[in-house]
Design a protein around this ligand. Sequence first.
Ligand SMILES: Cc1cc2nc3c(=O)[nH]c(=O)nc-3n(C[C@H](O)[C@H](O)[C@H](O)COP(=O)(O)OP(=O)(O)OC[C@H]3O[C@@H](n4cnc5c(N)ncnc54)[C@H](O)[C@@H]3O)c2cc1C
Length: 265
Amino acid sequence: MFRAKQYLLAQSLEEAYAANQKRTATVVGGMCWLKMSNRQIQTLIDLSALGLDTITRTDEGFSIGAMVTLRQLETDAVLNETFQNAFADAVRPIVGVQFRNCATIGGSVWGRFGFSDVIAVLLALKAKVELYPTGVVELDDFLQMPYDNQILVRILVPFTAKKAAVQSHRNTATDFPVLVAVASELADGSLRLVAGARPQKAALVNTTLTAQSSAEEIEQQLENGLQQMAFCSNMRGSAEYRRHLAKVLLKRAIAQLKEGTANAD
Ligand SMILES: Cc1cc2nc3c(=O)[nH]c(=O)nc-3n(C[C@H](O)[C@H](O)[C@H](O)COP(=O)(O)OP(=O)(O)OC[C@H]3O[C@@H](n4cnc5c(N)ncnc54)[C@H](O)[C@@H]3O)c2cc1C
């Protein structure tokens, strides 16, 4: 468990950002990840007074505040109706309800964890990240950025994708995923395919598949795209097993998109 000397309930993004410029300060989300560290923190910066705990539908898409919990993502009816239950399907396997009531989307995205189910679904939906003070950046770009002292304010999910389907495999329930696969269908009919927990960060699979592609095209292009992608081994599975799983799960996700179904509870 970490130890902190001071607690700051920030009253503005400016105040949070200014306090976060010290190397010994730390912004907190739900503290689920942070609590596992042994760090000495001078100032804990809490964003909970900044109204960042809501999911709002705008003309362009959804605006999701950094302090929105994974449980909110799971239970928000409008968000889930819009994207064929993709958010609920992505976060439901993460630990348990009490945990998802604490862990935030801000902490999940900021962490840029390789095993992240949350990042995989957001990448498939072409999400953007709003940082203070930089402004809005594409999630793809944010994933390559070094950790710095900015504040992650919100996640923007445009209506670019019509729907998404999420598949993941865990060796045991509540464990970290061995592989996460997400397929989304964009407004022009093209498919955007993501493989996560490789175990590196989620990334796009290189294909030109569309919603109209035949089973043979899907098989061939997934084979080629996944051969170009790096997979690694760890205690949960080998690189080859992960590559195999990626193909199976992406095919299931594409089929799920076509059927218009969500995963069972
Ligand atoms: C045991 C365990 C199992 C897990 N299993 C999974 C899983 O299977 N799949 C999955 O996707 N995730 C999993 N996670 C990750 C989890 O879902 C959250 O992503 C993680 O706990 C971080 O969210 P948090 O709100 O707790 O962030 P915190 O622990 O509070 O913060 C995490 C990091 O983000 C920084 N931070 C937080 N918010 C902001 C912000 N707004 N701006 C700038 N920096 C910020 C903090 O300084 C810290 O460095 C697991 C975590 C644990 C502890």
